[in-house]
Design a protein around this ligand. Structure first.
Ligand SMILES: Nc1ncnc2c1ncn2[C@@H]1O[C@H](COP(=O)(O)OP(=O)(O)O)[C@@H](O)[C@H]1O
Ligand SMILES: [Mg+2]
Length: 252
């Protein structure tokens, strides 16, 4: 199993990156997508209608269990069995190209740690069955830490072209280590608005490994307006070609 995460500020292109990766790996099933961002737009970008399927988030079932809002027949089960049942029945969405879990908004450590730990255990266990686990993370890294179970293989930090972009990339790299997220490789990726003439200075100025640029793609912009799935993007599109180049460069 390889675990890949995109991180970065809001709006840089984290979700687009993960959706493109899901398309890139679609022939290497089984794949698990985890939407750890409370905004929850990975499903839409990958063409999954979770509402239609009656799918719940991890947070939803934690609250259902906490307030006993569950079917009568389940109430007598042991906590671990309840959660296991609800997770498999309600949370895990099994699709044609990938499976999908949405973490939801309310998952906090708090004092409700027993169900939390049970859920982390379930996710850690199922992750092993996949060839790729792709995680769309929230902008706040502390949240990521709570939601990630095991070590990450590749972290892609997506950087936008602000005048402090390099500083913020370095800070994110440091922060990831400080809060104890374990990873093998940490790469900087320039987002679609990053100027080409500054690409060469990324490695020199940040000391990070540079994986490439996710080029501007008109279709991506239009798809996010109309809610169309990134899986429908043609193979020879600028964004999909960028993903191919990036993944090749980092050894996939
Ligand atoms: N390669 C790209 N080409 C064109 N537009 C893009 C590209 N990547 C992202 N975008 C635009 O940026 C918006 C934000 O991207 P998104 O992945 O949702 O950011 P994040 O998840 O980091 O908040 C998208 O809705 C899309 O309009
Ligand atoms: Mg996002």
């Amino acid at each position: 199993m390889k675990k890949i995460v995109s991180i970065g500020r809001g709006g840089v292109g984290k979700t687009v990156f993960i959706a493109l990766l899901a398309k890139y790996f679609r022939d290497q099933k089984p794949i698990l997508l985890i939407d750890a961002d409370p905004d929850q737009n990975l499903a839409e970008m990958t063409g999954v209608d979770l509402g239609k399927n009656g799918t719940k988030t991890v947070s939803d079932i934690l609250f259902d269990v906490k307030f006993d809002k569950i079917e009568e027949g389940l109430k007598s089960l042991a906590l671990a069995d309840k959660i296991d049942y609800l997770f498999n029945q309600k949370v895990l969405y099994e699709g044609k190209y990938f499976d999908f879990i949405s973490i939801g908004t309310k998952w906090t450590e708090g004092c409700y740690c027993q169900p939390n730990n049970i859920l982390k255990g379930i996710i850690a266990k199922i992750e092993k069955h996949y060839s790729y686990v792709l995680i769309d993370s929230p902008a706040g890294l502390e949240h990521l830490n709570r939601r990630i179970t095991s070590s990450i293989d590749e972290i892609f930090a997506i950087i936008d072209p602000s005048w402090k972009a390099f500083e913020s990339a370095k800070r994110v790299h440091k922060l990831v280590q400080e809060i104890g997220i374990k990873f093998k490789n940490f790469y900087a990726v320039a987002n679609y608005r990053f100027p080409d003439e500054r690409l060469e200075s990324i490695e020199k100025e940040t000391g990070l490994k540079f994986a490439g640029k996710l080029r501007y793609d008109e279709d991506i912009e239009n798809y996010s307006l109309s809610g169309k799935s990134i899986f429908e993007l043609i193979e020879d599109s600028p964004a999909f070609n960028s993903i191919k180049e990036i993944m090749k460069k980092v050894g996939y």
